[in-house]
Design a protein around this ligand. Sequence first.
Ligand SMILES: [Zn+2]
Length: 688
Amino acid sequence: MTLPETAKIPFGGDYNPEQWPEQVWDDDYRLFDAARIDTLTLGVFDWALLQPAEDVYDFTLLDQIVERASAEGRAICLATGTGAHPAWLARAHPEVTRVDFEGRRHRFGQRHNSCPSSPVVRRLSAELARRIARRYAGNPSIIAWHIGNEFGGACYCDRCAEGFRDWLRAKYTTLEALNAAWYTTFWSHTFTAWEEIEPPSALTEHWRGPDHTAFQGITLDYLRFMSDAMLACFLGEKAALRESSVEVPVTTNFMGMYRPIDYHRWAAHLDFASWDNYPPDDCSQARMALTHDLMRGLNGGQPFWLMEQTPSVTACRDVNPLKRPGVLRLWSWQAVAHGADAVLFFQMRASRGACEKYHGAVIGHAGRSDTRVFREVAELGEELDRLGGATLGARTPARVAVLFDWDSWWALEISDGPSRLLRYQQIVLSYYQALWEAAVDVDVVGVTADLSRYDVVVAPALHLLKGDLPERLEAVARRGGSVVTTFLSGRVDEHDQAFLMDVPGPLGQLMGVRVDEWDAREPEYANPVLLETPGARLQVDSMLIFELVIPQGAETVGTYQADFYAGTPAVTRNAFGAGHGWYVGAGLDQAGVTWVVRRVLESHELVGPYADVPGLETATRVTSEGQRLLFLLNHNNGPVDCTAHRAGVDLLSGAHIECGQPMRLDARGVMVLRQSPGGTDNQIHPYG
Ligand SMILES: [Zn+2]
């Protein structure tokens, strides 16, 4: 793991001067100076430009672009240009385009249209990366390599079918093992030759779309294979870059909670993680925080780059709301608060045509510098300049972890029963939201992460259990920690086969419960749940899923209030070792989830000092010198008042804050408090 070496937070983003005559470049750099833009991502979609025919490479224009950026003193994140394949490639090799889920061979068009198993695509994309590295590796302005763009999608062509069979041979060795893993005795599916195996698509195992499969085991393996096939494309380009560039860090831009790719399977292959933050709406503060934490968790808590965000609007949604004044700054600082060591935009100058011409840009079609958006970008640039390197490399001292697992995500959502309405992201988000409101620092980590540093581990909908995770969760509780899990956890093994034991399977001892039956209802139906511990009592609703929990040593914390299971447990807590296992068997509403999470945090004295200040988010980073930086982010449209819990200095305004002093943050205001040493703070926990 290596991040690009920079003296401050890189500020800038995607820049496509190849779309413009050179006199426009002069205007661009004048405006970049005005906005203190110091970092440019170049050449993401340059394949057709750099290779106009299979045996012709032409770097004339990219040479000029890179030379100009270098001469202007900008740092460069140089792409390999393979974000979209050229038209001649699809014509010369029709098999490079994808076959979709319905079995239709695509023709040239769009982007992300290459079959990831295509030897031609792999060979030519790696060759382009090889030539780019050979040509530009010596340029000291290049601080990072950017492979492809937003890898994603799926292909169901014959090449992918062959690749899938190879992948399966490597995984299972024998057909007997494969048949056992996929439970093929069911519906007469026993495979007697590898060639009989088909990708699970609308033509084979699926009906009513990608989530409805007759064989979860086959579909799960295809999802894993597709994620690995795209990773192989990435690795091919990375290896080609490394032939001439040994040191410059390599990344590709992820898309946060993106279901088709298991970023945990990818993470170790990137030198640093980066991602593109395009939230679906303008009220997703907790969702963005969760996603930042997920990206930071990919590589053991290392900082990441915010590779893309729009300065104003996106264009890809049906309705594209404008970022209100101050939101560009606030959301940029939110990223930094959660571990971003770069703040980059898509895009520097708006495209004149095609589907992103209305996508927000630092510089609009008129090229003005007196727009609100440009002014806000420039003000942020000035602020980041002033901050310098104060936050670079700083880590998050979290004592709470949320487990996020692509296998469980896939298994839960391709399951037939008990409910198609349960969505993994929403379940995880509801638990994260409760933590976010408690103003506690959280790591979002994969299921193989080291859990030994956490006091609280929250594992919502941990449907698929693999490896030694049950033992490691038990170890958290045994030494005094708390483990929280929910309905539909501990149900299936890595092949999506039910455990032949009481639900929740290998989590049963830790949770001290048994579940024999479960009920699922339409979303209009709610079963009230009375939550009760000494000193706290609240009645909430539960929806969608209702497990009938039979305590096997656990105490009851919440009880159903309706139906034939009225009076039986919905939420339990089990003493295990020196700690506890909390089991939430019902789809509690947000108030219910928040109540449970708050009780857990209180038992560890982990509720943050700014909990429950409405709309005020906090996040902590600790520098390598041990300095604590507390980020305060006001997501409200109006000012918010709070009281400083420790003395410090606001790195943005220079203001000195005394402990106990009233603080007012303006609407969408931000403070970065470098806190004075000493004092007590429940969240203090030096990293490592
Ligand atoms: Zn394919």
